[in-house]
Structures are given as C-alpha cells and as structure tokens.
Design a protein around this ligand. Structure first.
Ligand SMILES: *Cc1c(COP(=O)(O)O)cnc(C)c1O
Length: 312
C-alpha cells in the first residue's frame, strides 16, 4: 500500500479487516494504447480496482471498508443491507461476512424466483440470510441512510444502505484517488447510487474534472443524491445520462460489439452494467470532441465482473 493512505485516513482497527486488506492486490494504472486515442490526441488510463480482489469487487471494498470498521468498533456481529438479484454490493458483503465470521442479512428486491441467479446462489452458500421483499416495499428501504435507521434493528446489528452509499464510503473512495501518481485532467466512473462519484468529487484536486456515467435509465435522482453526500461546493463534475443503453441490465448489440473490441485490444475485461457503458461513453465523447487535445483521462474500473454471469 502506498504510504499516502495513512496521511489521509486513520488505519483500520479490526485485525481481521486489516488482514483482509493486506491480502488485496494493487490497483495499478494501465495505459490504453489505441490508434483511435492517438488520432484524437487523448491519453487514457484505467485505474484497475477490478484487480483488488477476485470476489470483493473494486469499489465495493472501498465503500465498505470504513463502514465495516465502524460496525466492528461498535461491537456489531450482524450486517444487514439491501440489493437486487445481481448485486455486487451484497456479493462483496456476504463474502466479507463469511471471512470475518459475521452474520449477514440481505434484503432482496422482488420475489424469490427459480432458478436463482449465480449471485444469489453464492450469497446463500456464504451464509447470507436472504429476505425477499416486494419492489414497492424495497423503495421505502432506500430512505434508511444512517446505520441505525432500519426499523427494528437490534443492538448487535448494523445497517448499510443500498450499495453501501453513505459518507463513510466516501472515505474509502478517497484512498483510490490518493493512489494515483500521474498527472491527469479527467477522472471517470460509472454510477449506480452515485456514492463512488461523490467520493471522487470530494477527493480530487480542484483542477480535475470528475465525470459520471449513469448506468440506470431515468437516473435524475443522481445529482441531488450525489450533492447530499457532499459537503461544500464542487464545480468540476458532470453526469452523463445518455449511455445507459436502455437500463440497468440491458445489453444492446453496439455495446456488446464495443466491449468485445475493447477487451480484445486491451485484455481488460468489462461487464455490461457499469464499466462497459462508461468506456463506451468515454470513447463516444472523445469522438464527439468533448475533450481538448492532449487531455489525459483516467477511467476507474470498478470491478463487478461477477455480475457478468447471467447476462452474457
Ligand atoms: C456498484 C457498482 C458501481 C456503482 O457504484 P455507486 O457508488 O453505487 O455509484 C459501478 N461499477 C460497478 C462495477 C459496481 O459494482
């Protein structure tokens, strides 16, 4: 781990969490070589949070880390959160729960339908208790933001909002920004809840722009959700809403084609829900002249490759 980390945040407290962090791989910067980029005089790097851990998907570790430390410092032994049938967040949480010997409960959107998705099967096999609730009920759970907010929470239980999107998540995201040791102009990320985007906005030096790519259709909630996680005024950020390709899990042929070409060129695997759409968006913006000549872009690979199963 780079030494800058400890200058920003206090170290983790819980020994098992520290052990887990030490087992993570480095998130390196991979520069993309592509004649298309040369022609537009753009430099592009991918920040490889997908490499951190094969199961604890990139930004989910970053977002969970300080939440888990907080939960453990309170003496909690049960972690409760919510997500869909392909949730990378619950997947990471269930695995961490198993590793740290904590009980986990996942509140799942929609009815239990057979066959279970590969994600749900793994959640069960790692001992996560799954509670299925209706989509309308699920929406109400989105109002519970603070760790104590879940009605009926017991003293040993700790609540995490959807996607782990809260202010403690921002602390973990800041660490990836501090790991970046090259000059750049733009930092790009795919958005679900927007918490990762908020974390980047909060942490980048003032002269850089942060660009978010919405994975969801009708994600107009994103701007205010991101703002509510930030304290203070931040100017250089923007969310693009034109690259959702019809919604969360839709795979359009032009996206599939772009992704397979990108994967062939770079050997960097993408998934269709988040990172594929973000990179498609970046390439499209480059083609349309959105960036100035010579600009340097870093795109965050947020991982999520487990969720690929079932859409492919
Ligand atoms: C969850 C996730 C995101 C979205 O992160 P938010 O902080 O919810 O915006 C992006 N990419 C991948 C791969 C994810 O799993």
């Amino acid at each position: 781990m780079p030494s800058t980390l400890n200058q920003v945040n206090p170290p983790l407290n819980h020994p098992k969490l520290i052990e887990l962090e030490h087992a993570l791989a480095q998130s390196v910067l991979t520069q993309i070589t592509d004649p298309f980029l040369d022609n537009h005089q753009i430099s592009l790097w991918i920040k490889r949070d997908d490499l951190l851990h094969p199961i604890i998907s990139g930004n989910k570790w970053r977002k969970l880390k300080y939440n888990l430390d907080h939960a453990l410092s309170l003496g909690a032994d049960t972690l409760i959160s919510m997500g869909g049938a392909y949730s990378n967040h619950l997947h990471a949480l269930a695995y961490i729960g198993k590793t740290l010997n904590l009980k986990t409960i996942g509140i799942i959107r929609g009815e239990r339908t057979e066959p279970l998705t590969p994600t749900l099967l793994e959640l069960e096999s790692w001992g996560m208790e799954l509670r299925y609730i209706s989509r309308s009920e699920y929406r109400h759970y989105r109002d519970y933001n603070h760790w104590q907010d879940l009605p009926g929470l017991k003293p040993n239980e700790y609540w995490l909002p959807e996607g782990g999107a809260n202010t403690l998540a921002l602390k973990g995201i800041a660490e990836l920004v501090n790991e970046i040791d090259i000059e750049y102009d733009n930092l790009c990320v795919a958005c679900g809840t927007g918490a990762t985007l908020a974390g980047l906005i909060n942490a980048v030096p003032k002269q850089q722009s942060v660009l978010g790519f919405a994975a969801l259709k009708n994600a107009s909630f994103l701007t205010s959700d991101v703002q509510s996680l930030l304290s203070g005024e931040f100017h250089h950020w923007e969310i693009f809403h034109d690259y959702h390709f019809g919604g969360f899990a839709k795979l359009k042929p032009e996206l599939a084609l772009f992704m397979s070409e990108f994967e062939q060129k770079t050997s960097i695997p993408l998934e269709t829900v988040y990172t594929g759409k973000m990179l498609y968006g970046i390439y499209d913006l480059i083609a349309k002249g959105h960036f100035g000549q010579g600009e340097r872009i870093i795109a965050l690979h947020t991982g999520g490759l487990q969720g690929k199963r079932g859409y492919a």
